[in-house]
Design a protein around this ligand. Structure first.
Ligand code: FCB
Length: 471
């Protein structure tokens, strides 16, 4: 696949049209959301509680006590939201299914009213010519499963495969692309090591058990979906672009290797090469016996995947710093500093570095050789409409997206097999521990009235899609 730069043919005396940097034919343009972040309707039609319902109700865990109870009310407004997507010219939409709508207790009886919602959503999308991309797990674990050990328990992996088959049996005839997990790094390390995310556990041994059971759940589900006839199967990671602060320093390089292991290789190696890396086995065994890894598990995890989803926002800078305590979300990183250099940041205080995305894509392509899809990329900025106006001038978001799409084009020119791009997010939504305080949408949501207003970035993105490229 090659990206091309063209300019329209110029008649004598005419000004040259701006050059267009085009994406390959067939490149897929979409946007992404997740169930708990947008749906609301938290107790409707038989939905059971998830770990995020519990966590967001625990004082001090989420900004200002915000919850996903109402969120963007997408559960009731999905038709209007799909119409907005159609207006933007989106070709594809990545959404997640809330497991607690399908199996309110995590296992056992199926709640058909929950399936009915995704059935309606799927048909609405297809009716507008928008291809659905399903994520089976975007962090809203049924609370009943957490109460029995959550991802630290092997039972959850088996339950996930059962749930995946239930969802596929209902939607598989119309949904072409199935993603098992979203960012298992966050589920394991923010959920069970730092406790910044649900379920809020702070126990490194549980975090490593969670890594394994998430991967095993992926492997069991992927095999079952394949057997059931699923066309395109993938998993979405948030691989980290790890950069040694001093690339010439062996100590910084060694620190970067550990950070890369904990964030990237611990997932990618078993998924794609069929075995945990030796250094990560050694690191894990400092915290827990590895008896949770049974014979055959790594083979089970190593299912063929058709696409690897990449969520990218910001790189990590890593250096050796004797005496530095381990980062709470990175057990075993004593003596390693994750301090970032000064530079432009988004409203999340995330450093903006598009070229780190190019390097990351090239690294994934070279080391793992699987087709890639950007399943999330975007930026939080606080702009809202001025009083009395419907317009949101989110110029910095446009610049962020433009810069990262150029990085994608560069990666494609350098031979990376990148199949598509999904902007995070379609609309402002519940940003986990930040509640509604951070706005990632290209559509503005007024939470008091639930009105949606396209920001400048939405109009800009629609133009990108229309011309399949950047000016
Ligand atoms: C990712 C999550 C997504 C969203 C963005 C900002 O880690 O997958 O739900 O919160 O970050």
């Amino acid at each position: 696949m090659t990206a091309t730069v063209t300019s329209e043919s110029v008649e004598p005396g005419e000004a040259a049209q701006p050059a267009t940097a085009r994406f390959p034919d067939g490149f897929v343009w979409g946007s992404a959301t997740a169930s708990y972040q947008i749906e609301g309707a938290a107790t409707e039609d038989g939905r059971g509680p998830s770990i995020w319902d519990t966590f967001s109700r625990t004082p001090g865990k989420v900004f200002a006590g915000h919850t996903g109870d109402v969120a963007c009310d997408h559960y009731h407004r999905y038709r209007d939201d799909v119409a907005i997507m159609a207006d933007l010219g989106l070709q594809s939409y990545r959404f997640s299914i809330a497991w607690p709508r399908i199996q309110p207790d995590g296992t056992g009886p199926v709640n058909t009213r929950g399936l009915d919602f995704y059935d309606r959503l799927t048909d609405e999308l297809l009716g507008q010519g928008i291809q659905p991309v399903v994520t089976l797990y975007h962090w809203d674990l049924p609370q009943a499963l957490e109460s029995r050990g959550g991802w630290a328990s092997r039972e959850t992996a088996l339950a996930f495969a059962e749930y995946a088959q239930i969802a596929y049996a209902r939607l598989g005839d119309r949904v072409p692309t199935w993603t098992t997990l979203n960012e298992p790094w966050c589920s394991a390390f923010l959920g069970y090591a730092s406790g910044r995310h649900a379920p809020g556990v702070q126990d490194p041994a549980s975090a490593f058990r969670a890594v394994h059971h998430l991967l095993l759940g992926h492997g069991l589900a992927a095999e079952a979906l394949r057997a059931a006839g699923a066309g395109t199967i993938g998993i979405t990671l948030n691989p980290d672009a790890v950069i040694p602060v001093d690339p010439a320093s062996p100590a910084d390089q060694a620190a970067a290797r550990i950070a890369d292991g904990l964030h990237n290789r611990i997932f990618l190696d078993p998924l794609i090469k069929g075995a945990y890396p030796d250094d990560m086995r050694e690191l894990m065994s400092r915290f827990t016996p590895l008896d949770f890894i049974s014979d055959g598990d790594e083979k089970q995890i190593n299912q063929p995947i058709d696409v690897l989803g990449v969520n990218y926002y910001t790189p990590s800078y890593v250096s050796a710093k004797p005496g530095q305590p381990a980062a709470p979300e990175a057990p075993g990183t004593e003596g390693i500093s994750f301090a970032k250099p000064a530079g432009p940041v988004t409203d999340m205080n995330w450093l903006i570095e598009p070229d780190a995305l190019r390097k990351l894509l090239e690294r994934l392509h070279n080391d793992y050789g699987v087709p890639l899809m950007i399943t999330e990329n975007g930026a939080a900025y606080p702009e809202v409409p001025a009083p009395g106006s419907d317009e949101v001038h989110d110029t910095r978001r446009v610049e962020y997206l433009d810069g990262h799409l150029r990085a994608c084009l560069d990666a494609i020119s350098n031979g990376v097999d990148l199949r598509g791009y999904f902007v995070w997010s379609l609309m402002d939504n519940f940003e986990w521990a930040e509640g509604y305080a951070k706005r990632f949408g290209v559509i503005h949501v007024d939470y008091a009235t639930q009105e949606r207003r396209p920001k400048d970035s939405a109009r800009w993105y629609a133009d990108v899609i229309r011309r399949n490229g950047l000016e």
